[in-house]
Write a protein that binds this ligand. Sequence first.
Ligand SMILES: C[S@@+](CC[C@H](N)C(=O)[O-])C[C@H]1O[C@@H](n2cnc3c(N)ncnc32)[C@H](O)[C@@H]1O
Length: 306
Amino acid sequence: MCQIIADDICIKSTPRIGPRFPLPQEVILTSNYANQEFDSLIIQGDALDNLRKFKDNCFRCCVTSPPYWGLRDYGESQQIGAEPAMQDYIDSLVMVFREVKRTLTEDGTLWLNIGDSYTSGNRAWRDRDRKNPARAMSYRPPTPQGLKPKDLIGIPWRLAFALQSDGWYLRSDIIWHKPNCQPESVKDRPTRCHEYLFLLSKSEKYTYQYDELVERSKSKSGFRNRRTVWSINTEPFHYAHFASFPKELVRPCILAGSNENDIVLDPFFGSGTVGVVCLELNRRFVGIELKPEYVEIARKRIVEGN
Ligand SMILES: C[S@@+](CC[C@H](N)C(=O)[O-])C[C@H]1O[C@@H](n2cnc3c(N)ncnc32)[C@H](O)[C@@H]1O
């Protein structure tokens, strides 16, 4: 069994926890793998700090949804997404994904889900949303230089280009179309019903299981290459008031980007959706999440398998 983490953390099948492999406090070993070949980890803490503890080339694939800019206050001092300046937010994510690239195998891929938002029009804060308390912000980021009130910011593409400049191969943008999107009260533009999913790779050649992604068609073979618009409903989430991405969005990414028993990374683990899908697909996972309450939600979901 591979030992993938430097210094103080080890992933080993047996012994799980013992004097030879002491696990630091922040590492939580998910507990339902007793009789299986693979182990997985949920780590509570900052994504960048913890990624630095991993050796090069240990994850086949990373599937993640980072915090969006200026959307939610997670109430943690090291949180990403609450930077007053947009460029600082982009820079923070580029740093995290640079570590993701280092820890990916040479044929590794990054599947990155991210949504866009509008400038605040210099409103200083957003009031508590009764339906979604986590959306209350104690501030709204100021309108970035060069943009105007009401401008669409274009965060997904700004991030995608920054990652491309940092050495990633930007291979595809995929539109996650949400047929059941929230209505909006706007009357001067269409209601947004999509987010982006970017496929990036560490190298020119990479693991992409074409057959896992084909879709039905009227062609002779009955199948065709998967298209770049994926219509997937958001899933109601009963554990907490925040956005977890749907398992149906995560499943094709993991199927295309990894093999059974590979280790899949999510450095912004949230409620652990990637872990739940990895279990279903016989993959191992490492999830890093800053907020202790979310770590507990993720652990519970994974143990219960939902
Ligand atoms: C969009 S959510 C991820 C949701 C997740 N995909 C799910 O299905 O539940 C982003 C997560 O990143 C976490 N986060 C914010 N800053 C972080 C940091 N510096 N290190 C690790 N996690 C962080 C937040 O607490 C939040 O849970």
